[in-house]
Write a protein that binds this ligand. Sequence first.
Ligand code: CP3
Length: 395
Amino acid sequence: MALCKSLSPSPRNLSCGQRYSRFPTRPVRIGYMQPNDPTRAVDTPIDTILDGSRFVRACLRRPVDRTPVWFLRQAGRYMQEYRDVRKHHTLVEICKQPQIAAEVTITAAEKLGVDAAIIFADLLLPLEPMGLPFEFQAGEGPVVHHPVRTAEDVRALRTDRTDDLAYVARAIQKVATHFRDRLGIIGFCGAPFTLASYMIEGGGSKNYIHTKQMMYRDSLTWRLLLDKIVTVLESYCRLQVQAGADVIQIFDSWVGALGLADYRDYAFEASKRLVRSVQAMGVPVIYFGVETGGLLTDMAATGADVIGLDWRQPLDEGWRAVGHGHAVQGNLDPITLFAPLEVLELRVKEILRAANGRPGHIFNLGHGIVPTTPVENVQAVVKMVREFKLENGNG
Ligand code: CP3
Protein backbone atom coordinates (compact mmCIF):
# COMPACT_ATOMS: atom_id res chain seq x y z
CA MET A 1 0.00 0.00 0.00
CA ALA A 2 2.87 2.32 0.73
CA LEU A 3 3.86 2.02 -2.90
CA CYS A 4 0.39 3.03 -4.07
CA LYS A 5 0.61 6.18 -2.00
CA SER A 6 4.07 7.04 -3.17
CA LEU A 7 2.91 7.00 -6.78
CA SER A 8 -0.44 8.65 -6.47
CA PRO A 9 -2.13 10.37 -8.09
CA SER A 10 -1.88 7.96 -10.97
CA PRO A 11 -3.07 9.22 -14.34
CA ARG A 12 -5.54 6.38 -14.38
CA ASN A 13 -6.85 6.72 -10.89
CA LEU A 14 -5.90 3.20 -9.93
CA SER A 15 -6.30 1.61 -6.57
CA CYS A 16 -4.11 -1.27 -5.47
CA GLY A 17 -5.01 -4.62 -6.95
CA GLN A 18 -7.74 -3.27 -9.18
CA ARG A 19 -7.60 -2.22 -12.81
CA TYR A 20 -9.97 0.27 -14.29
CA SER A 21 -10.41 1.80 -17.65
CA ARG A 22 -8.39 4.94 -18.12
CA PHE A 23 -11.68 6.79 -18.62
CA PRO A 24 -13.90 6.13 -15.63
CA THR A 25 -16.80 7.78 -17.47
CA ARG A 26 -16.47 5.53 -20.51
CA PRO A 27 -15.20 2.27 -19.16
CA VAL A 28 -13.54 -0.15 -21.52
CA ARG A 29 -13.68 -3.68 -20.25
CA ILE A 30 -10.09 -4.58 -19.75
CA GLY A 31 -8.04 -6.53 -17.29
CA TYR A 32 -9.14 -9.19 -14.90
CA MET A 33 -12.23 -8.10 -13.16
CA GLN A 34 -14.28 -10.76 -11.45
CA PRO A 35 -17.69 -11.45 -13.06
CA ASN A 36 -19.44 -10.09 -9.95
CA ASP A 37 -17.16 -7.04 -9.70
CA PRO A 38 -19.49 -3.99 -9.48
CA THR A 39 -16.94 -1.91 -11.42
CA ARG A 40 -17.11 -4.29 -14.39
CA ALA A 41 -18.34 -2.45 -17.45
CA VAL A 42 -20.43 -3.61 -20.36
CA ASP A 43 -18.34 -4.98 -23.21
CA THR A 44 -17.27 -2.50 -25.86
CA PRO A 45 -18.88 -3.00 -29.27
CA ILE A 46 -16.21 -4.12 -31.75
CA ASP A 47 -16.69 -1.12 -34.03
CA THR A 48 -15.89 1.34 -31.26
CA ILE A 49 -12.69 -0.33 -30.08
CA LEU A 50 -9.80 2.03 -29.50
CA ASP A 51 -6.24 0.93 -30.18
CA GLY A 52 -5.34 0.40 -26.53
CA SER A 53 -8.29 -1.78 -25.79
CA ARG A 54 -7.78 -3.64 -29.08
CA PHE A 55 -4.42 -4.81 -27.80
CA VAL A 56 -5.62 -5.65 -24.30
CA ARG A 57 -8.71 -7.39 -25.64
CA ALA A 58 -6.55 -9.57 -27.87
CA CYS A 59 -4.42 -10.51 -24.83
CA LEU A 60 -7.65 -11.74 -23.22
CA ARG A 61 -8.80 -13.53 -26.44
CA ARG A 62 -11.77 -11.22 -26.90
CA PRO A 63 -12.93 -10.39 -30.43
CA VAL A 64 -11.30 -7.35 -32.05
CA ASP A 65 -11.94 -5.34 -35.22
CA ARG A 66 -8.44 -6.11 -36.53
CA THR A 67 -5.24 -7.79 -35.35
CA PRO A 68 -3.23 -5.53 -33.01
CA VAL A 69 0.44 -5.04 -33.83
CA TRP A 70 3.58 -3.86 -32.00
CA PHE A 71 7.27 -4.79 -32.17
CA LEU A 72 9.81 -6.19 -29.76
CA ARG A 73 12.48 -3.50 -29.24
CA GLN A 74 10.45 -0.99 -31.23
CA ALA A 75 12.42 1.88 -29.63
CA GLY A 76 16.04 1.25 -30.47
CA ARG A 77 19.10 1.96 -32.53
CA TYR A 78 17.40 1.31 -35.90
CA MET A 79 15.53 4.61 -35.35
CA GLN A 80 17.31 7.91 -36.04
CA GLU A 81 15.38 9.66 -33.27
CA TYR A 82 16.71 7.12 -30.75
CA ARG A 83 20.27 7.42 -32.05
CA ASP A 84 20.00 11.19 -31.62
CA VAL A 85 19.01 10.80 -27.96
CA ARG A 86 21.82 8.25 -27.45
CA LYS A 87 24.37 10.82 -28.64
CA HIS A 88 23.73 12.71 -25.40
CA HIS A 89 22.79 9.96 -22.92
CA THR A 90 23.80 6.42 -22.07
CA LEU A 91 21.19 3.67 -22.13
CA VAL A 92 20.93 3.66 -18.34
CA GLU A 93 20.65 7.46 -18.21
CA ILE A 94 17.68 7.27 -20.57
CA CYS A 95 16.04 4.62 -18.39
CA LYS A 96 16.57 6.66 -15.22
CA GLN A 97 15.19 9.93 -16.54
CA PRO A 98 11.43 9.43 -16.81
CA GLN A 99 10.92 12.36 -19.16
CA ILE A 100 13.44 11.01 -21.68
CA ALA A 101 12.38 7.38 -21.28
CA ALA A 102 8.77 8.43 -21.86
CA GLU A 103 9.69 10.50 -24.92
CA VAL A 104 11.65 7.63 -26.46
CA THR A 105 8.72 5.26 -25.83
CA ILE A 106 6.14 7.67 -27.26
CA THR A 107 8.20 8.70 -30.31
CA ALA A 108 8.74 5.10 -31.42
CA ALA A 109 5.10 4.08 -30.95
CA GLU A 110 3.81 7.15 -32.80
CA LYS A 111 6.28 6.90 -35.64
CA LEU A 112 5.28 3.28 -36.27
CA GLY A 113 1.53 3.65 -35.67
CA VAL A 114 1.40 0.53 -33.49
CA ASP A 115 -1.33 -0.50 -31.04
CA ALA A 116 0.89 -0.75 -27.96
CA ALA A 117 3.85 1.08 -26.43
CA ILE A 118 6.42 -0.87 -24.41
CA ILE A 119 8.06 1.24 -21.75
CA PHE A 120 11.68 2.08 -22.46
CA ALA A 121 13.69 0.33 -19.76
CA ASP A 122 16.02 -2.65 -19.57
CA LEU A 123 15.80 -6.16 -18.26
CA LEU A 124 18.78 -5.68 -15.97
CA LEU A 125 17.60 -2.61 -14.01
CA PRO A 126 16.41 -4.67 -10.99
CA LEU A 127 19.96 -6.00 -10.50
CA GLU A 128 21.14 -2.69 -9.12
CA PRO A 129 18.81 -2.53 -6.07
CA MET A 130 19.60 -6.19 -5.44
CA GLY A 131 23.22 -5.14 -4.95
CA LEU A 132 24.67 -6.04 -8.35
CA PRO A 133 25.96 -3.02 -10.27
CA PHE A 134 26.31 -3.48 -14.04
CA GLU A 135 27.11 -1.47 -17.11
CA PHE A 136 26.65 -1.70 -20.86
CA GLN A 137 30.04 -1.84 -22.53
CA ALA A 138 30.09 -0.71 -26.15
CA GLY A 139 29.83 -3.68 -28.48
CA GLU A 140 29.81 -6.21 -25.63
CA GLY A 141 26.37 -5.91 -24.11
CA PRO A 142 25.78 -5.89 -20.36
CA VAL A 143 28.53 -6.66 -17.85
CA VAL A 144 27.72 -7.45 -14.21
CA HIS A 145 30.80 -6.57 -12.19
CA HIS A 146 30.52 -9.20 -9.46
CA PRO A 147 28.58 -12.18 -10.78
CA VAL A 148 26.69 -14.34 -8.29
CA ARG A 149 28.42 -17.71 -7.96
CA THR A 150 28.13 -18.99 -4.39
CA ALA A 151 25.49 -19.54 -1.72
CA GLU A 152 26.98 -16.60 0.14
CA ASP A 153 26.61 -14.35 -2.93
CA VAL A 154 22.93 -15.31 -3.18
CA ARG A 155 22.33 -14.77 0.52
CA ALA A 156 23.81 -11.26 0.23
CA LEU A 157 21.31 -10.18 -2.45
CA ARG A 158 18.87 -7.51 -1.24
CA THR A 159 15.14 -7.77 -1.91
CA ASP A 160 13.97 -4.68 -0.03
CA ARG A 161 14.97 -1.83 -2.30
CA THR A 162 12.62 -2.18 -5.27
CA ASP A 163 11.31 1.33 -4.63
CA ASP A 164 14.61 2.50 -6.14
CA LEU A 165 13.06 1.50 -9.50
CA ALA A 166 10.25 4.06 -9.13
CA TYR A 167 11.80 5.97 -12.05
CA VAL A 168 10.35 3.29 -14.37
CA ALA A 169 6.91 3.82 -12.83
CA ARG A 170 7.22 7.58 -13.33
CA ALA A 171 8.04 7.04 -17.00
CA ILE A 172 4.99 4.78 -17.35
CA GLN A 173 2.80 7.46 -15.76
CA LYS A 174 4.01 9.97 -18.33
CA VAL A 175 3.36 7.59 -21.22
CA ALA A 176 -0.08 6.73 -19.84
CA THR A 177 -0.94 10.42 -19.46
CA HIS A 178 0.12 11.02 -23.04
CA PHE A 179 -1.74 8.15 -24.68
CA ARG A 180 -4.80 7.89 -22.40
CA ASP A 181 -6.54 4.91 -23.96
CA ARG A 182 -5.30 5.35 -27.50
CA LEU A 183 -2.57 2.73 -27.02
CA GLY A 184 -2.03 -0.24 -24.76
CA ILE A 185 0.89 0.30 -22.39
CA ILE A 186 3.21 -2.60 -21.72
CA GLY A 187 5.39 -2.83 -18.64
CA PHE A 188 7.97 -5.59 -18.47
CA CYS A 189 10.53 -7.54 -16.51
CA GLY A 190 12.86 -10.46 -17.06
CA ALA A 191 11.76 -13.98 -16.16
CA PRO A 192 13.48 -15.60 -13.16
CA PHE A 193 15.63 -17.97 -15.27
CA THR A 194 16.80 -15.32 -17.75
CA LEU A 195 17.56 -12.77 -15.04
CA ALA A 196 19.37 -15.39 -12.95
CA SER A 197 21.49 -16.28 -15.99
CA TYR A 198 22.71 -12.66 -16.30
CA MET A 199 23.45 -12.50 -12.58
CA ILE A 200 25.42 -15.75 -12.58
CA GLU A 201 27.22 -15.48 -15.93
CA GLY A 202 27.92 -11.76 -15.47
CA GLY A 203 26.54 -11.00 -18.94
CA GLY A 204 25.30 -12.79 -22.04
CA SER A 205 26.35 -16.41 -22.50
CA LYS A 206 26.54 -19.14 -25.12
CA ASN A 207 26.44 -22.27 -23.00
CA TYR A 208 25.21 -21.08 -19.59
CA ILE A 209 27.81 -23.24 -17.86
CA HIS A 210 27.89 -21.34 -14.55
CA THR A 211 24.11 -21.05 -14.49
CA LYS A 212 23.56 -24.75 -15.10
CA GLN A 213 26.30 -25.64 -12.65
CA MET A 214 24.47 -23.83 -9.89
CA MET A 215 21.17 -25.45 -10.94
CA TYR A 216 22.60 -28.98 -10.92
CA ARG A 217 25.14 -28.77 -8.10
CA ASP A 218 23.41 -26.60 -5.55
CA SER A 219 19.73 -26.61 -6.25
CA LEU A 220 18.94 -25.14 -2.82
CA THR A 221 20.98 -22.05 -3.63
CA TRP A 222 19.44 -21.92 -7.12
CA ARG A 223 15.98 -21.99 -5.61
CA LEU A 224 16.85 -19.30 -3.10
CA LEU A 225 18.15 -17.14 -5.95
CA LEU A 226 14.96 -17.57 -8.00
CA ASP A 227 12.89 -16.93 -4.92
CA LYS A 228 14.65 -13.64 -4.28
CA ILE A 229 14.34 -12.62 -7.93
CA VAL A 230 10.60 -13.33 -7.92
CA THR A 231 10.15 -11.30 -4.72
CA VAL A 232 11.85 -8.30 -6.32
CA LEU A 233 10.01 -8.69 -9.63
CA GLU A 234 6.64 -8.88 -7.92
CA SER A 235 7.19 -5.47 -6.32
CA TYR A 236 8.67 -4.11 -9.53
CA CYS A 237 5.67 -5.22 -11.59
CA ARG A 238 3.31 -3.84 -8.97
CA LEU A 239 4.99 -0.43 -9.33
CA GLN A 240 4.46 -0.63 -13.07
CA VAL A 241 0.82 -1.72 -12.88
CA GLN A 242 -0.01 0.98 -10.35
CA ALA A 243 1.61 3.52 -12.63
CA GLY A 244 -0.66 2.51 -15.53
CA ALA A 245 0.79 -0.51 -17.35
CA ASP A 246 -2.12 -2.37 -18.97
CA VAL A 247 -0.18 -5.58 -19.54
CA ILE A 248 3.12 -7.00 -18.22
CA GLN A 249 5.44 -8.87 -20.56
CA ILE A 250 7.83 -11.32 -18.89
CA PHE A 251 10.95 -11.84 -21.02
CA ASP A 252 12.41 -15.33 -20.69
CA SER A 253 14.63 -14.58 -23.67
CA TRP A 254 17.20 -17.30 -23.01
CA VAL A 255 14.99 -20.06 -21.57
CA GLY A 256 15.41 -21.95 -24.87
CA ALA A 257 18.84 -22.94 -23.53
CA LEU A 258 17.00 -25.39 -21.27
CA GLY A 259 15.75 -28.84 -22.24
CA LEU A 260 12.20 -29.66 -21.22
CA ALA A 261 13.19 -31.67 -18.12
CA ASP A 262 15.41 -28.83 -16.88
CA TYR A 263 12.69 -26.28 -17.59
CA ARG A 264 10.30 -28.35 -15.49
CA ASP A 265 12.73 -28.99 -12.65
CA TYR A 266 14.49 -25.63 -12.44
CA ALA A 267 12.53 -22.79 -14.08
CA PHE A 268 8.82 -23.50 -14.34
CA GLU A 269 7.70 -23.00 -10.74
CA ALA A 270 9.36 -19.61 -10.34
CA SER A 271 7.92 -18.36 -13.65
CA LYS A 272 4.50 -19.64 -12.69
CA ARG A 273 4.64 -17.88 -9.33
CA LEU A 274 5.52 -14.60 -11.01
CA VAL A 275 2.85 -14.96 -13.72
CA ARG A 276 0.15 -15.69 -11.13
CA SER A 277 1.07 -12.85 -8.84
CA VAL A 278 1.15 -10.32 -11.69
CA GLN A 279 -2.27 -11.55 -12.84
CA ALA A 280 -3.53 -11.07 -9.29
CA MET A 281 -2.59 -7.38 -9.71
CA GLY A 282 -5.34 -7.25 -12.34
CA VAL A 283 -3.49 -7.26 -15.66
CA PRO A 284 -2.83 -9.89 -18.35
CA VAL A 285 0.65 -11.37 -18.73
CA ILE A 286 2.61 -12.05 -21.92
CA TYR A 287 5.30 -14.73 -21.41
CA PHE A 288 7.97 -14.57 -24.09
CA GLY A 289 10.97 -16.72 -24.99
CA VAL A 290 13.10 -17.63 -28.00
CA GLU A 291 13.85 -21.12 -29.35
CA THR A 292 11.08 -22.43 -27.16
CA GLY A 293 9.46 -24.88 -29.63
CA GLY A 294 9.87 -27.78 -27.18
CA LEU A 295 8.79 -25.77 -24.13
CA LEU A 296 5.60 -24.08 -25.33
CA THR A 297 3.09 -26.43 -23.72
CA ASP A 298 4.85 -26.13 -20.38
CA MET A 299 5.30 -22.37 -20.68
CA ALA A 300 1.54 -22.11 -21.23
CA ALA A 301 1.02 -24.17 -18.05
CA THR A 302 2.33 -21.17 -16.08
CA GLY A 303 -1.12 -19.75 -16.83
CA ALA A 304 0.20 -16.76 -18.79
CA ASP A 305 -2.53 -15.16 -20.91
CA VAL A 306 -0.32 -14.74 -23.97
CA ILE A 307 2.66 -16.82 -25.09
CA GLY A 308 5.30 -15.31 -27.37
CA LEU A 309 6.21 -17.43 -30.40
CA ASP A 310 9.46 -17.21 -32.34
CA TRP A 311 9.60 -17.74 -36.10
CA ARG A 312 11.02 -21.24 -36.15
CA GLN A 313 7.64 -22.89 -36.50
CA PRO A 314 4.45 -21.75 -38.26
CA LEU A 315 2.17 -19.71 -36.01
CA ASP A 316 -0.69 -22.23 -36.13
CA GLU A 317 1.60 -25.09 -35.02
CA GLY A 318 2.98 -22.99 -32.18
CA TRP A 319 -0.55 -21.99 -31.15
CA ARG A 320 -1.64 -25.64 -31.08
CA ALA A 321 1.30 -26.45 -28.78
CA VAL A 322 0.40 -23.52 -26.54
CA GLY A 323 -3.30 -24.45 -26.61
CA HIS A 324 -6.14 -22.31 -27.89
CA GLY A 325 -7.06 -21.35 -24.34
CA HIS A 326 -4.17 -18.87 -24.52
CA ALA A 327 -3.48 -15.94 -26.83
CA VAL A 328 -0.25 -15.87 -28.85
CA GLN A 329 2.09 -13.11 -29.95
CA GLY A 330 4.38 -13.29 -32.97
CA ASN A 331 5.99 -14.50 -35.04
CA LEU A 332 7.79 -12.80 -37.95
CA ASP A 333 11.54 -13.39 -38.24
CA PRO A 334 13.02 -9.92 -37.49
CA ILE A 335 15.47 -10.36 -40.35
CA THR A 336 12.56 -10.62 -42.82
CA LEU A 337 12.45 -6.82 -42.34
CA PHE A 338 15.49 -6.73 -44.65
CA ALA A 339 13.64 -8.57 -47.46
CA PRO A 340 12.03 -6.94 -50.52
CA LEU A 341 8.49 -5.77 -49.78
CA GLU A 342 6.87 -8.61 -51.77
CA VAL A 343 8.66 -11.24 -49.67
CA LEU A 344 7.91 -9.35 -46.48
CA GLU A 345 4.23 -9.14 -47.41
CA LEU A 346 4.12 -12.86 -48.20
CA ARG A 347 5.47 -13.74 -44.75
CA VAL A 348 3.24 -11.24 -42.94
CA LYS A 349 0.16 -12.63 -44.70
CA GLU A 350 1.18 -16.23 -43.98
CA ILE A 351 1.21 -15.42 -40.28
CA LEU A 352 -2.17 -13.66 -40.41
CA ARG A 353 -3.69 -16.52 -42.40
CA ALA A 354 -2.29 -19.05 -39.92
CA ALA A 355 -4.01 -17.10 -37.13
CA ASN A 356 -7.18 -17.35 -39.25
CA GLY A 357 -9.06 -14.61 -37.43
CA ARG A 358 -9.10 -16.58 -34.16
CA PRO A 359 -9.42 -14.13 -31.24
CA GLY A 360 -6.14 -13.82 -29.34
CA HIS A 361 -3.46 -13.10 -31.94
CA ILE A 362 -1.13 -10.14 -31.46
CA PHE A 363 1.12 -9.54 -34.44
CA ASN A 364 4.79 -9.10 -33.54
CA LEU A 365 8.26 -10.33 -34.41
CA GLY A 366 9.70 -13.54 -33.03
CA HIS A 367 12.48 -11.47 -31.42
CA GLY A 368 13.67 -7.85 -31.30
CA ILE A 369 14.28 -5.45 -34.18
CA VAL A 370 18.02 -5.36 -34.95
CA PRO A 371 19.97 -2.07 -35.24
CA THR A 372 20.30 -1.72 -39.05
CA THR A 373 16.65 -2.51 -39.85
CA PRO A 374 15.02 -0.06 -42.33
CA VAL A 375 12.33 1.86 -40.42
CA GLU A 376 10.14 2.12 -43.51
CA ASN A 377 9.87 -1.67 -43.66
CA VAL A 378 8.68 -1.78 -40.07
CA GLN A 379 6.08 0.87 -40.95
CA ALA A 380 5.12 -1.15 -44.03
CA VAL A 381 4.39 -4.19 -41.83
CA VAL A 382 2.06 -2.09 -39.66
CA LYS A 383 0.18 -1.07 -42.80
CA MET A 384 -0.01 -4.67 -44.03
CA VAL A 385 -1.43 -5.87 -40.71
CA ARG A 386 -3.91 -2.99 -40.54
CA GLU A 387 -5.19 -3.61 -44.07
CA PHE A 388 -5.24 -7.40 -43.99
CA LYS A 389 -8.55 -9.18 -44.66
CA LEU A 390 -8.94 -12.94 -44.70
CA GLU A 391 -10.13 -14.24 -48.07
CA ASN A 392 -13.12 -15.92 -46.37
CA GLY A 393 -14.13 -12.59 -44.84
CA ASN A 394 -13.28 -13.51 -41.25
CA GLY A 395 -10.32 -11.20 -41.00
O1 CP3 B 1 11.46 -0.82 -27.35
C1 CP3 B 1 11.68 -1.71 -26.52
O2 CP3 B 1 11.65 -2.93 -26.77
C2 CP3 B 1 11.90 -1.26 -25.07
C3 CP3 B 1 13.19 -1.26 -24.59
C4 CP3 B 1 13.97 -2.50 -24.16
C5 CP3 B 1 15.37 -2.45 -24.01
N1 CP3 B 1 15.77 -3.63 -23.46
C6 CP3 B 1 16.24 -1.30 -24.29
C7 CP3 B 1 17.57 -1.61 -24.82
C8 CP3 B 1 13.54 -3.78 -23.77
C9 CP3 B 1 12.14 -4.38 -23.78
C10 CP3 B 1 14.70 -4.48 -23.32
C11 CP3 B 1 14.65 -5.84 -22.76
C12 CP3 B 1 15.92 -6.59 -22.70
N2 CP3 B 1 17.14 -6.17 -22.28
C13 CP3 B 1 16.03 -7.96 -22.98
C14 CP3 B 1 14.88 -8.85 -23.36
C15 CP3 B 1 14.52 -8.62 -24.78
C16 CP3 B 1 15.15 -9.57 -25.71
O3 CP3 B 1 15.78 -9.06 -26.66
O4 CP3 B 1 14.98 -10.77 -25.56
C17 CP3 B 1 17.35 -8.33 -22.79
C18 CP3 B 1 17.91 -9.70 -23.02
C19 CP3 B 1 18.04 -7.19 -22.34
C20 CP3 B 1 19.48 -7.09 -21.95
C21 CP3 B 1 20.19 -6.27 -22.93
N3 CP3 B 1 20.01 -4.91 -23.08
C22 CP3 B 1 21.16 -6.69 -23.87
C23 CP3 B 1 21.64 -8.11 -24.06
C24 CP3 B 1 21.57 -5.55 -24.56
C25 CP3 B 1 22.66 -5.42 -25.60
C26 CP3 B 1 22.12 -5.81 -26.93
C27 CP3 B 1 22.71 -5.01 -28.05
O5 CP3 B 1 22.15 -5.18 -29.14
O6 CP3 B 1 23.67 -4.24 -27.86
C28 CP3 B 1 20.81 -4.45 -24.09
C29 CP3 B 1 20.92 -3.07 -24.55
C30 CP3 B 1 19.65 -2.40 -24.96
N4 CP3 B 1 18.51 -2.36 -24.18
C31 CP3 B 1 19.42 -1.63 -26.13
C32 CP3 B 1 18.12 -1.13 -26.05
C33 CP3 B 1 17.42 -0.23 -27.03
C34 CP3 B 1 20.42 -1.38 -27.26
C35 CP3 B 1 21.65 -0.74 -26.84
C36 CP3 B 1 21.79 0.76 -26.74
O7 CP3 B 1 20.93 1.62 -26.99
O8 CP3 B 1 22.92 1.09 -26.38
